[in-house]
Design a protein around this ligand. Structure first.
Ligand code: SF4
Length: 464
């Protein structure tokens, strides 16, 4: 049940209908080759490292149970989290939707006087459209994650949760760098080391000069008020420690109750996402570092409404590992742009429609073959196929035309204009005839059809 006043998700959660966007993607054979190669490689790595753990299924069950506890008691965990954050000197802000979150961050950045900010890779900030909102107040946001940087310089959109530039091969990346990276060597080759070195030089100058950073968080620990970012490159850690102002934008479902719970997720996440036993960089901060001001913006943007549906809320367990994307045969052929939302692939097909309301994303629950592989690989055991069926049901129910809904629409049309309504009421005498001769099976079988009066109230009133 969704109560009035629950905020619907806004920002980058909707786009062109999936069938249209997918048709366009399917016509691009280079895209399909890039996707098949990249997802095939990550899939094989994941299968290897997951196969090493005899207790993988127990870990999955633990991850699901911890997240279910978070969702069942979200109000209490959030209050505890806020208290722990503020007691250690972090300023906490609450945002109902994307607009409100953007406004809060824009005001905080404006107060520092900065014209540029550096960013740690964050899905939440892409979801709310933060870079665009900052651009409107004249602030340039620099992505420091390599794949996000490629997408940003290419004036492109992310196609994957973890590898936003998965749809690009290295020759295309070289062309993007040559075209859009300031000061880049025009003879830059497509050798991966040369590309990484060019990005490193570009970013180093930003790390040393920009004084405001914006991050997301993979996890927030309710009992200690700690935030956790896991990454592969170490660029995020530079953003978290060097700038004097740190603003973290965090979805309200990102919490775990206890410090010890991280033990489960720091095993599940790297194995599921990049096929590694441990992720290379795990940054944890509890309050600001010395000389730093830190803010946390807790964002709803449709999450409370999602929580209200008992059959759909498990989508909020998602830890954004992208294993379901890398395994999905539909995603492998269409890529992420076809989903029209920050969250592509199987998780996007269930999460985005719930965050926005299914009526604003009616094609996404059908963007799946229901093969079930997404459920098999999900480290927190989200039953995406069952959820897809449930959401399809909601889409169909929202669209269904019944005799009653048709009659109500006709009545609304008639009553929306006083003269039209008056003329129709006068036609009531036809109703007297119809009531005797028009069969209404099902309705009139058990009821007498009321006979309209000879004279309407208006006619009687005017004749006085
Ligand atoms: S739904 Fe599961 S597999 Fe997909 S991104 Fe989320 S946690 Fe990973």
């Amino acid at each position: 049940m969704t109560f009035l006043g629950m905020p619907a998700g806004g920002g980058n959660l909707t786009g062109a209908p999936f069938p249209e966007a997918a048709r366009e993607a399917l016509g691009n054979s280079q895209l399909r080759r890039n996707l098949a190669k990249a997802t095939g490689t990550i899939r094989a790595k994941r299968a290897n490292v997951v196969g090493e753990l005899p207790d993988w299924e127990a870990l999955r069950a633990a991850g699901a149970a911890i997240k279910d506890d978070v969702l069942a008691n979200l109000d209490e965990h959030l209050v505890r989290f806020e208290e722990a954050l503020t007691s250690r000197g972090t300023h906490v802000h609450w945002a109902r939707d994307a607009d409100e979150a953007n406004r809060i961050v824009a005001d905080l950045v404006r107060a520092t006087g900065a014209r540029e900010v550096i960013k740690v890779k964050s899905m939440a900030t892409v979801e709310i459209g933060l870079n665009e909102a900052l651009a409107e107040i004249g602030v340039h946001a620099v992505e420091t994650d390599l794949a996000e940087l490629i997408v940003q310089l290419g004036d492109d959109r992310s196609s994957h949760i973890l590898v936003p530039a998965i749809h690009r091969n290295r020759t295309e990346i070289r062309d993007v760098f040559r075209r859009a990276m300031p000061g880049v060597d025009p003879a830059l080759t497509d050798d991966p080391r040369a590309l990484a070195e060019a990005a490193r030089r570009h970013l180093r100058q930003k790390f040393m000069t920009v004084d405001v950073a914006i991050s997301g968080a993979n996890f927030g620990v309710a009992e200690t008020g700690s935030l956790v970012v896991v990454e592969s490159e170490g660029n995020g850690r530079m953003c978290l420690t060097l700038p004097r102002t740190l603003i973290s934008v965090v979805g309200i479902e990102k919490l775990v109750p206890r410090w010890q719970d991280l033990e489960v997720f720091l095993q599940l996440l790297p194995r599921s996402s990049t096929g590694e036993r441990m992720n290379p960089y795990t940054s944890v901060w509890t309050g600001p570092t010395e000389g730093q001001t830190s803010h946390v913006v807790l964002v709803d943007n449709g999450r409370t409404a999602t929580l209200a549906d008992p059959r759909g809320r498990a989508a909020l367990r998602c830890i954004r590992c992208s294993a379901c994307l890398n395994s999905c045969p539909v995603y492998e052929r269409t890529g992420g742009h076809a989903y029209g939302s920050t969250y592509p692939g199987p998780i996007g097909a269930v999460l985005s429609p719930q965050l926005t309301g299914v009526e604003r994303n009616p094609t996404l629950p059908f963007a799946s073959s229901l093969c079930g592989v997404c459920y098999d690989v999900c480290p927190v055991a989200i039953d995406i196929p069952s959820m897809l069926v449930h959401l399809r049901d909601r889409v169909v129910a929202a669209k269904r035309t019944t005799p009653e809904s048709t009659a109500m629409r006709a009545l609304a049309w008639a009553m929306s204009d006083a003269r039209r309504w008056r003329r129709l009421v006068r036609l009531g005498k036809f109703g007297r005839v119809a009531s005797r001769h028009v069969p209404l099976p099902g309705w009139s079988a058990a009821r007498d059809l009321p006979t309209p009066p000879q004279q309407t109230f208006r006619d009687w009133w005017e004749s006085r």
